[in-house]
Write a protein that binds this ligand. Structure first.
Ligand code: GA4
Length: 323
C-alpha cells in the first residue's frame, strides 16, 4: 500500500453520496485497431458514448509499466521532495485554479518540446520513460484521429491529426496518483471524489491506468457507470473541441474518478489539443447542406482561457452554444 507522507485531509475533498449504486458497465465499446471495421466502429462509439476501449494498439507494454514504476517511485518520495517539483507540474489535492479539490496528486506538463516543462521533468524526476511513452501515445493519437476521419468520410484524412502533429499543438500529459483511502470503509455508501466530473476541453484524450477501478463515465441517460479497468488497453475520450468540430455529432464524455479504499490508482493521460491560434469550428466537410453550426466561433486559446476561468464540472461548451 502506498502511504502518503502527508495524507490529504478528508474534509478538503468532496465526499459524495451516490444516489443509485453505480454499476460496472460491460457495454463499453472495445475496438481492435487492426480490425478493418475499426473506422466505422470508432465513429459509432464516439457518437454514442464519446468513449471506447482500444486493444491491439501496438504500444509495447514495457512503455506503460516502466513509466508506471517511475511514477510510483516519484509519488512515494517524501512530500517535501515532491513539493520541489511544483514548478515542473506537481500538484496535490487542488485541481485547476478555481477551488476544485480531489483525493489526488499529479504531474501535469505541456508536451510541446519547445516548452521546457517536460524536459525538466524527465531530466529530474522521471528519467526517460516518460519521453518514450509520450512519443508512442502521440503517434497512437494521430493514428486514431486519422482512422476517425476515414470513418467520418472526411478529406483530407489528416484534417484532425494535423492539429495534433503541429509543432505548436497545445497538448499536455498528466500522471495521476489516487492514493487509497482506508477511512472510506467506515463510511459505507459514500464515495470519495478523486477527480470530479468534467469533460476534457481538448480534441482527444488517451488514458491508460493500472488495474484499479475508479473511472466512471456518464451515459446519455445521465447515469454514471464504472469502467472496468484494463491495464493493457487504452481508453479514448472525445473532448469538447472535437464535439464542436463535428458539430455535435461526436460527444465529449463527462467522466470522473472515485477513490478506492484499498488500492492506489495510477493513470497516465495524453490530451491532444490544437495550436492556440486555431479556430475551433464545425468542419465544413461534415456539415450537411444547409446545416447550421451549433456553436459560436472561438479559438482554442479563447476556449482554454474560459476553461481555466471555470470550475471543473462546469458546462463550458454551453457558453459557446448559439441561442
Ligand atoms: C480537465 C482535463 C485535463 O486534466 C486538464 C484539466 C485542467 C487542470 O487540471 O489544470 C482543468 C480541467 C482540465 C478543466 C477546467 C479547468 C482546467 C482544471 C480546471 C478546473 C489538464 C485540462 O486541460 O482541463
Amino acid at each position: 500500500m502506498v502511504v502518503l507522507s502527508q495524507p490529504p485531509a478528508l474534509e478538503h475533498c468532496s465526499l459524495i453520496k451516490t444516489c443509485k449504486p453505480t454499476c460496472v458497465f460491460t457495454g463499453i465499446p472495445v475496438i481492435d485497431l487492426r480490425d478493418p471495421e475499426a473506422k466505422t466502429l470508432i465513429v459509432k462509439a464516439c457518437e454514442e458514448y464519446g468513449f471506447f476501449k482500444l486493444i491491439n494498439h501496438g504500444v509495447p507494454m514495457e512503455f506503460m509499466t516502466r513509466l508506471e514504476a517511475e511514477a510510483l517511485s516519484f509519488f512515494n518520495l517524501p512530500q517535501s521532495d515532491k513539493d520541489k517539483a511544483t514548478p515542473f507540474g506537481y500538484g496535490s489535492n487542488k485541481i485547476g485554479p478555481n477551488g476544485d479539490v480531489g483525493w489526488i496528486e499529479y504531474l501535469l506538463v505541456n508536451t510541446n518540446p519547445q516548452l521546457t516543462s517536460l524536459k525538466t521533468l524527465s531530466e529530474n524526476f522521471c528519467s526517460y520513460a516518460v519521453n518514450d511513452y509520450i512519443l508512442a501515445v502521440k503517434r497512437l493519437a494521430f493514428e486514431v484521429v486519422e482512422i476517425m476521419a476515414d470513418g467520418l468520410e472526411i478529406e483530407p484524412r489528416n484534417v484532425l491529426s494535423r492539429l495534433l502533429r503541429d509543432e505548436k499543438s497545445d497538448s499536455c500529459f498528466r500522471l495521476n496518483h489516487y492514493p487509497p483511502c482506508p477511512q472510506l470503509q467506515a463510511l459505507s455508501g459514500r464515495n470519495l471524489i478523486g477527480f470530479g466530473e468534467h469533460t476534457d476541453p481538448q480534441i482527444i484524450s488517451i488514458l491508460r491506468s493500472n488495474n484499479t477501478s475508479g473511472l466512471q463515465i456518464c451515459l446519455r441517460d445521465r447515469t454514471w457507470v464504472s469502467v472496468p479497468p484494463d491495464q493493457t488497453s487504452f481508453f479514448i475520450s472525445v473532448g469538447d473541441a472535437l464535439q464542436v468540430m463535428s458539430n455535435g455529432r461526436l460527444r465529449s464524455v463527462r467522466h470522473r474518478v472515485l477513490t478506492d479504499s484499498m488500492k492506489s490508482r495510477v493513470s497516465m493521460i495524453y490530451f491532444g489539443g490544437p495550436p492556440m491560434s486555431e479556430k475551433i469550428v464545425a468542419l465544413p466537410c461534415l456539415m450537411a447542406k444547409g446545416e447550421e453550426s451549433l456553436y459560436k466561433e472561438f479559438t482554442w486559446w479563447e476556449y482554454k482561457t474560459c476553461a481555466y476561468n471555470s470550475r471543473l464540472g462546469a458546462n463550458r461548451l454551453g457558453l459557446f452554444e448559439k441561442t
